[in-house]
Design a protein around this ligand. Structure first.
Ligand code: UDP
Ligand code: MN
Length: 305
C-alpha cells in the first residue's frame, strides 16, 4: 500500500484480522512553538496541531463511552437552541454516544432537530427565574443534582455548555479528561492581576491578587461525572454562603468556578479554540474556531439588566 507522509489509513494486517491504524510518526523535536501546550502542573492545553484527532478518536472509540452534555435555555434563550443543536450534530462527538440534557422553562419551544443515531436528547422542565444572574448561577445546583443521579449510571464524561454558542469545527475525544477547564477567550493573554476574579474577601469566590493560573470561562467546562459533581456541589454551596451574606460574586458562577479550578487543578485545559468570542473575530494563535459565542443583544434577551 502506498501512503503519503500525512495520510492516515486503516489497514487490515496480513497476519491477523485486527484493524490497525496507521498514522504519521509523532515527533520528539517538532511541534507547535507559538503557543504553550502544557501547564506548569503538566496538564495538556489543547490546540489544533498538538494532537492527532483521528488517532485520539480511534483510541476512545474502543472504550464505548457516553458523554452527557447539558445546556440551559430559559426565557428568550430558547432562540439559540436550533443553531446550537444543529451545529453540535455536525461537529460535536460525531460517532460517539452523546446524551444531551436540555433544561428549559418552555419544553414546547424546543426545536425538532434531527439527531444522529448515537445521540439522544432529554428535555427537563425547570422553573422560570426572574434574574438572568439567578438562571446562570442556578445551573450549578441543577447540574449537581443531575451528576449525583448519574453517578451510578453508565455515563462517563459530561460537558456543560452555554446555549448562546455555535459549533464551527470538530470537538472530539481530545477534550476528554478527569476535570476539564476552558480558557476564556478574552483574557488568555492578560496578567493575572488583571483577571476579573472576585477580589472582595467577604465572598467565597475571593482570589488574592497574587494568585491565579488562568481565567476560565463558565460557558464550557466538563470532566468525569464524579469530578463535575464535586465541582458543581462546591460552587452551589459557595454561592449559597454568599447569598446568605447578601453578596454576589462579580461574575456569578464563573467567579466560583475560577476559585474551584485554582485549588483543584484541571487535568486538561482547552484553548480558546473551544469557546471563541465570535466567528468573525480572528487572532493569529487561534487557528481554528470549534465553538464560538454568537452575537446577542443582552438588553433584549435578558429578563433584567
Ligand atoms: N440563560 C438562559 N436564560 C437567560 C439567561 C441565561 O437560559 O435568561 C442560560 C443560557 O444557557 C446561557 C447561560 O445561562 O447561555 C449563561 O448566560 P449568558 O450567556 O447570558 O452569560 P454570558 O455568556 O453572556 O456571560
Ligand atoms: Mn453565554
Amino acid at each position: 500500500m502506498v501512503m503519503s507522509k500525512i495520510e492516515i489509513l486503516y489497514t487490515k494486517a496480513e497476519s491477523n484480522s485486527e484493524f490497525v491504524l496507521l498514522y504519521k510518526q509523532p515527533s520528539v523535536l517538532v511541534g507547535r512553538t507559538d503557543v504553550v501546550s502544557v501547564t506548569p502542573w503538566l496538564a495538556p492545553i489543547v490546540w489544533v496541531k498538538t494532537f492527532d484527532p483521528t488517532l485520539i478518536n480511534f483510541i476512545y472509540k474502543q472504550q464505548n463511552i457516553t458523554i452527557a452534555t447539558t445546556v440551559f435555555a430559559l426565557g428568550k434563550y430558547t432562540r439559540f437552541l436550533k443553531d446550537f443543536l444543529e451545529s453540535a450534530e455536525q461537529y460535536y462527538f460525531v460517532g460517539f454516544r452523546v446524551h444531551y440534557y436540555l433544561f428549559t422553562d418552555q419544553p414546547e419551544a424546543v426545536p425538532d432537530v434531527k439527531l444522529s443515531e448515537e445521540h439522544q436528547l432529554t428535555v427537563r422542565k425547570v422553573p422560570s427565574m426572574d434574574r438572568w444572574q439567578d438562571i446562570s448561577m442556578g445551573r450549578m445546583g441543577i447540574l449537581e443534582k443531575l451528576t449525583k443521579s448519574e453517578l451510578d449510571n453508565d455515563t462517563d464524561y459530561i460537558f456543560c455548555l452555554d446555549v448562546d454558542t455555535k459549533f464551527y469545527g470538530p470537538w472530539g475525544a481530545e477534550t476528554l479528561g478527569r476535570l476539564v477547564g476552558v480558557i476564556h477567550p478574552w483574557f488568555y493573554d492578560y496578567k493575572r492581576t488583571k483577571f476579573q476574579y472576585e477580589r472582595r474577601p467577604e465572598s467565597q469566590a475571593f482570589i488574592p491578587v497574587e494568585e491565579g493560573d488562568y481565567y476560565y470561562t463558565a460557558a464550557a467546562f466538563g470532566g468525569t461525572v464524579q469530578e463535575v459533581y464535586k465541582l458543581t456541589k462546591t460552587c452551589r454551596e459557595q454561592q449559597s454562603i454568599d447569598a446568605a451574606k447578601s453578596i454576589e460574586a462579580i461574575w456569578h458562577e464563573e467567579s466560583h468556578l475560577n476559585k474551584y479550578l485554582l485549588y483543584n487543578k484541571p487535568s486538561k485545559l482547552l484553548s480558546p479554540e473551544y469557546l471563541w468570542r465570535h466567528i468573525d473575530i480572528r487572532r493569529k494563535h487561534v487557528k481554528m474556531i470549534r465553538l464560538s459565542h454568537v452575537a446577542k443583544n443582552n438588553a433584549e434577551v435578558r429578563l433584567n439588566n
